[in-house]
Design a protein around this ligand. Structure first.
Ligand SMILES: NC(=O)C1=CN([C@@H]2O[C@H](COP(=O)(O)OP(=O)(O)OC[C@H]3O[C@@H](n4cnc5c(N)ncnc54)[C@H](OP(=O)(O)O)[C@@H]3O)[C@@H](O)[C@H]2O)C=CC1
Ligand SMILES: O=C(CO)[C@H](O)[C@H](O)COP(=O)(O)O
Length: 474
C-alpha cells in the first residue's frame, strides 16, 4: 500500500476534521485514536476521501504507514495525554521525524517538551489551531512555534489546509519553541473578552430594554453588516434566532447561564500578570465565567439582596442601539490592544520576535476571533504601530469616535444594575492609559508614609521622603 505523507493522532472534534481537511488537499494521511471505535467511525464517515485515509490501530502501525521523515500531528486533550503520546511515539519514530502538538497546550509545557526532545533526533513543533470544528475541516488559522527549519518542512501542507484571506494563507511561523502556543493562548484570551462583551450587550438588550431573543438577534445581524462584522457577532445572531426543538422556545432561553472554560483564558491572564502587562478586559471575562459557574451561590445572593433585577433603560431606542454598537466596538479595541501588548511583552521576555503584522493577518480568516477590524489592525501593525494599538493613528480616530458611547453604556448599565465587567474594565483601561497625569502620586506618598519607600518629585532627579513626622514608616 502507498505510504501516507503525514500522520494524525486523536480523532475527536478537531483531529477528525483536520485529518479530512489534509486528505482533501491531496495528502494521504495515517490516523490513530486511543479508542478504536472512533477510528472506525471516522473511516466510515470519510466518504469520498476514504482512499486518502489509512486507519491504524497502534502507534507501531501508524509509524509504519508513513513515509519517513514522518510528520505526525497530535490533536488530543491538552496536558498529560500529550506527554504520554510523545513518550509513546519516541519508541516508534526515527531521527528527523516531526512531532506536532496541535492542541491548546500551555506554552510553558511546549517549552518543556522542546527541551526534553532536544537531542533526541525528533523535531518538535508547538502549533496553535483556531476555527473550531468548521475551521479545522475547511480552513483554520494556524500559529506555528518551532525552528524555522522545521516550519519549512511542514509549510506546504499547513498553508494548503489553512484558511485564506484574499488568497493569503492564515498560517505562519511565529517564532521558536512556545511562540505558536503563546499566540494561540492570547487569541483565546481575546476570544473570552470578545464573547463576554457580546454577552454583556445581550444582557442590556434583554434586561434593560426588554427585548426578546429574536429581536436581539436581528440587532446583532444588522451590526454584522457594519464595523462589528465578525464571526462571533455572526454566530451570536444565529444562536439568538434558533429555537429549541424540544420546547419550541428560543434555544438561548433554555440554556443554563453557566459557562465552562478549559484554561487558555486563565493562562492569558496569568502570563499578563507575570509580564506586568495589564489585560484587564480579558481578566474580567475570565472572572465573569468563574462567577457564572457559581450559580447556586448567585441564586442565594439574589435572595439575600432581594430580586432587584435590572431596571429598564429608557430613551431614544435607536440612539441607544447606536451607542451599544459603538461601545462594543470600543471595548473590543481595548481588549485587542491588551492582547497585543501582552504578546509584545512576551516576545521580548522569551526572545521570540513575534511578528505582530503577521499575527493580525493570520487572524483575519479561519479563527474564532476573525473580524473586519483585524484587517485594520494588520494595516496598523504593518505601518509600524508598536507600543500599543491604542497609539496607532487609525485606532486613535476610531476610539475618539467610539469611547463616548462606551462611557455612556457603562454608566447607564451600572445605573440600571446590569453587570458589564469586561466593558467597564475596557473603559477604565482606556481612561487610565490616556491620562497624562493619573493618581499614583498619592500611592507613592502612601508607600513612602508606611514603608519609607521614597518617591520621585516632578522635575527633580533622585528619591525623596515626605514630611510625615511621627507615626510614619511604621
Ligand atoms: N474544540 C475546539 O473548538 C478546539 C479545540 N482545540 C484543542 O484541540 C485539542 C483536541 O480538542 P477536541 O478535538 O475539541 O477534543 P475532543 O474531546 O473532541 O477529542 C479529544 C481527543 O483526545 C483524545 N484523548 C483524550 N485523552 C487521551 C489520552 N489520555 N490519551 C490519548 N488520547 C486521548 C480522545 O481520544 P478518545 O476517543 O480515546 O477519547 C480524542 O481523540 C484540545 O487540546 C483542544 O483544547 C483547539 C482549537 C479549537
Ligand atoms: O480554542 C478554542 C477556540 O479558539 C476552543 O474552542 C477552546 O476550547 C475555547 O476555550 P474554552 O473551552 O476555555 O472556552
Amino acid at each position: 500500500m502507498e505510504k501516507a505523507e503525514i500522520g494524525l493522532i486523536g480523532l475527536g472534534t478537531m483531529g477528525s476534521n483536520l485529518a479530512l481537511n489534509i486528505a482533501e488537499h491531496g495528502h494521504r494521511i495515517a490516523v490513530f485514536n486511543r479508542t478504536r471505535a472512533r477510528t472506525d467511525a471516522f473511516v466510515e464517515n470519510s466518504g469520498a476521501l476514504r482512499d486518502m485515509v489509512v486507519p491504524c490501530y497502534s502507534l507501531e502501525e501508524l509509524a509504519a504507514a508513513i513515509r519517513p521523515p514522518r510528520p505526525i500531528i497530535i490533536m488530543v486533550l491538552a496536558g498529560k495525554p500529550v506527554d504520554e503520546q510523545i513518550e509513546a511515539l519516541r519508541g516508534v519514530l526515527s531521527d528527523n521525524d516531526i512531532v506536532i502538538d496541535a492542541g491548546n497546550a500551555n506554552f510553558r509545557d511546549t517549552m518543556r517538551r522542546f527541551s526534553e526532545l532536544s537531542g533526541s533526533g525528533l523535531t518538535f513543533i508547538g502549533m496553535g489551531v483556531s476555527g473550531g470544528e468548521e475551521g479545522a475541516r475547511h480552513g483554520p488559522s494556524i500559529m506555528v512555534g518551532g525552528t524555522e527549519d522545521s516550519w519549512k518542512r511542514v509549510e506546504k501542507v499547513l498553508t494548503a489546509i489553512s484558511a485564506k484571506f484574499k488568497d493569503e494563507p492564515c498560517a505562519a511561523w511565529l517564532g521558536t519553541d512556545g511562540a505558536g502556543h503563546f499566540v494561540k493562548t492570547i487569541h483565546n484570551g481575546i476570544e473570552y473578552a470578545d464573547m463576554q462583551m457580546i454577552a454583556e450587550i445581550y444582557g442590556i438588550l434583554r434586561d434593560g430594554l426588554g427585548m426578546g431573543p429574536k429581536e436581539i438577534g436581528t440587532v446583532f445581524s444588522n451590526w454584522n453588516k457594519g464595523r462589528l462584522n465578525s464571526y462571533l457577532i455572526e454566530i451570536t445572531a444565529k444562536v439568538l434566532a434558533a429555537d429549541d426543538p424540544k420546547t419550541g422556545k428560543p434555544v438561548v432561553d433554555v440554556i443554563l447561564d453557566r459557562a465552562g472554560q478549559k484554561g487558555t483564558g486563565k493562562w492569558s491572564v496569568i502570563e499578563a500578570q507575570q509580564l506586568g502587562i495589564p489585560a484587564t478586559a480579558i481578566e474580567a471575562a475570565v472572572a465573569a465565567r468563574v462567577l457564572s459557574s457559581i450559580k447556586d451561590e448567585r441564586q442565594a445572593a439574589e435572595k439575600a439582596y432581594g430580586n432587584i433585577g435590572v431596571t429598564r433603560i429608557s430613551g431614544d431606542k435607536d440612539a441607544l442601539l447606536k451607542d451599544l454598537e459603538l461601545a462594543l466596538f470600543a471595548g473590543k479595541i481595548a481588549a485587542y490592544a491588551q492582547g497585543f501588548a501582552v504578546m509584545s511583552g512576551a516576545s521580548k521576555e522569551f526572545n521570540w520576535s513575534l511578528p505582530m503584522p503577521t499575527i493580525a493577518k493570520i487572524w483575519r480568516a479561519g479563527c474564532i476571533i476573525r473580524s473586519q477590524m483585524l484587517d485594520t489592525m494588520a494595516e496598523a501593525f504593518s505601518g509600524g504601530a508598536s507600543t500599543n494599538l491604542l497609539m496607532a493613528p487609525a485606532f486613535i480616530s476610531l476610539m475618539q469616535e467610539a469611547h463616548p458611547s462606551l462611557r455612556r453604556v457603562v454608566a447607564r448599565a451600572s445605573e440600571a444594575g446590569a453587570p458589564v465587567p469586561a466593558l467597564s474594565s475596557a473603559l477604565a483601561y482606556f481612561d487610565s492609559y490616556r491620562q497624562g497625569r493619573g493618581t499614583s502620586n498619592l500611592i507613592q506618598a502612601q508607600r513612602d508614609f508606611f514603608g519609607a519607600h521614597g518617591f520621585e518629585r516632578i522635575g527633580e532627579q533622585g528619591a525623596f521622603h515626605g514630611p510625615w513626622g511621627s507615626g510614619a514608616a511604621g
